[in-house]
Design a protein around this ligand. Sequence first.
Ligand code: DGJ
Length: 425
Amino acid sequence: MAEGYRCSRSVMVLSLVGFLLTLQLYFVASRTNAVSGDSQLRASLAQAEEENMQAPFHRTKRFLQAAKRRQKQPTTMVDEFLDHNSPLHRVFFPDMATAVNPVNGSKYYRPGSIWLDTDANPIQAHGGGILYDEISGTYYWYGEYRDVPKGSATGRDLWTWKNEGIVLAADLENQTHDLYISNVLERPRVIYNEITGKYVMWMHIDTGNYSKAAVGIATGDSPTGPFEYLRSLRPHGRDSRDMTIFKDDDGVAYLIYSSQGNSELHIGTLTDDYLDVQLDMQRILVGQQREAPAVFKYQGTYYMITSACTGWAPNEALAHAAETIMGPWETIGDPCIGGTTMFRLAAFLSQSTFVIPLPGTPGSYVFMADRWNPAQLNDSRYVWLPLTVGDPDGRPFEFDFGFPSWPRVSIYWHQKWRLPLGWRS
Ligand code: DGJ
């Protein structure tokens, strides 16, 4: 944790916190090869007790008065979600009474609930990404630290997280520095470079009004840093806002970023040392206005989940697929399954950030998303849900239309779920 680090309510620049996941043999123990990954996941999900969404539609006096003052009732679920005085808002941002504590509690993810680290502090790692460090056999979760320092935490699997502290601190003095506290740092991603032996972090760097629209690069000798900030740049000379990094099986890494005023996405190859972008670049999803890209690969096909561009407000997620990462990319539809229609159309009131492969269960992933709380960003929540690739019913396609028919990407809503047994085997 950086000494003297502080954070105002209007804070825009964020330091990064890394969470350490140590190997937990618990999951590896019994299952080795018996059932296919997908059926393991389904069996495991079936065990999880499902609960109905409970929305207390009793409106408080304060809420009704506020609505009257605005001379209109909130009309949609998203309106109510965003309205801090709405009772519905509190349904989607439950308080500490329902916080999940991986150390003492059950093993179930509860999307939207406060998630505690091993020191029982709420995890602060928003807009996050995951590094699986093969050297230490450890998962690291890097995200935006949007709170005042509170100490550290300990963790284990993709469930129990240890706070490894600030890995790239805000600059409190130099107003011209990219990391100056009133600037913006979002969506950090860390990958390991086998050639240089460095951990390389890419992130969205911006001014408070999002006019800089650049990417920043930092390096470290270990996953927990400290990372040294190198510089920012506009990749391919273009504006760059929401972004992610994807490292392919062959070690080639790519930067994927929203550009042209968020109207399209660009994909470019990183240099061999991962410290710059090469000249080649492809424009994809042109005119579709997508952001929050989360890329993954299954059986040689590339997939991406994105959101629409509505600031901190949730909107419909879309899945896209491509045979080569540089495209062409095709939009294959809304991946969300379960919950109510409104809930699905708002991506379960969350926005994509990353997709984590589960090594022992091919075709099964963890979808990582942020449930942003615009009025109090440090109280934003994590929505982690199971994601699978493949026809959910396992039926073959009936017709061949002569163009690629992509497998379905499905993100399943569960109020409560846990990782399948054997996910690391
Ligand atoms: C949506 C982006 O996905 C977030 O990362 C953040 O930049 C907000 N917009 C800011 O409004």
